[in-house]
Design a protein around this ligand. Sequence first.
Ligand code: AMP
Ligand code: MG
Length: 409
Amino acid sequence: MLTVETALENILRHAVQLSSERVSILDAAGRALAEEVRARHDLPPFDNSAMDGYAVIAADIRTARLESPVHLAVIEDIPAGHAPTSTVGARQAARIMTGAPMPAGADAVVPVELTTDPGDSSALPAEIEILEPVPTAANIRWAGEDVRAGDVVLSPGRRLRPADIGALAGLGYSEVSVVRRPRVAVLSTGDELLTPEQPLQPGRIRDMNGYSLPAMIMALGATPVRLGVATDTVEDVRQRLLAAVDQGADLILSSAGVSVGAYDVVKAVLEELGSVDFWKVNMRPGKPLTFGHVRGVPFLGLPGNPVSALVTFMVFVRPLVMTLLGLDHHVHTRNVRVGETMQSDGRQTYARVRVEYEHGDLVAYSTGTQSSGAISSMVKADGLIIIPAGLREVRAGETLAFWSFDQVI
Ligand code: AMP
Ligand code: MG
């Protein structure tokens, strides 16, 4: 039986990031930047006020006190978005709003709270009383103090975050080059499967993997290509896998039909259309896993049980999709205390747990049934704890690695 680590190494061995494309910056969020971005201009682009107040010459107001204010003549009003037209001279001031350009001559801004301006009228006073001095350069945001023209702001490989998208917009980039989204085809197989719209029938269940897996793919920033449900026949599975190749899939996933049952036809089709490695991986849930190629397109056959399909997706498919996306796939696990004794069968076990803070420690409790068919064990879980291969029991109070779903979905 393969270890999880070896199976993952095999899957990732030939994986590389896909080509890049130019997209609008909003479509770039969460994706890997494929170019170096330098600042086209200073940010802020011009000296401006950090406060609503009065632009002054600091030396003029050195003696200002509450009991003996300094009187300045108000020569101009400078709202944000408007260029000043005059120069502030001795014993003069310009009313200025946050973000408005500094007028020539002035070297500080007095916040409105330190003046007799009530701050609530739009009428420009002819004169203003300053109640406290401010030092030279007070409340001015200088051109380029945030970002200098020519600076490298973002480097290739960066997973673009919302702040990065804001910085791109602020620097005049409406488009940027990112790694393109992989197209990941998803096939459900099984004569028993119905869609959510169809009425339940005796012996039938509804397709869950055909929905949970595309949702995972979208959460990673890839594009799902839904292939629907194939019956357990060689003809139907073959036709749908070939359709995935025609639709330009970068990766094809199927669920079910890879065990040793009499109707498990996926393997037979793979042998006919490409190459196949059938693995038993030393993990629970999700022992059977198939890896191969369909007409040159990488293929992963996941187990059919809904929990097994999701957990094997997190362990094997997610790293592959992240690699295609040009992103780091490593999961930052954290340690949690196990709140109750848990059993394993010696395989590397990914137990579904909810976690709670107890006296500052994160403590994990089983979500109940750990059947690989019980979707509720995933729905109720905050993440997975990993019971390493070889252990048959973990006792309450012991520490294990925890994968939060915040990290892997
Ligand atoms: P199999 O690998 O075909 O033996 O399937 C294993 C179990 O998973 C069976 O109980 C199937 O009914 C169930 N199963 C297979 N595919 C799905 C699916 N897409 N959604 C929900 N359950 C499924
Ligand atoms: Mg089946």
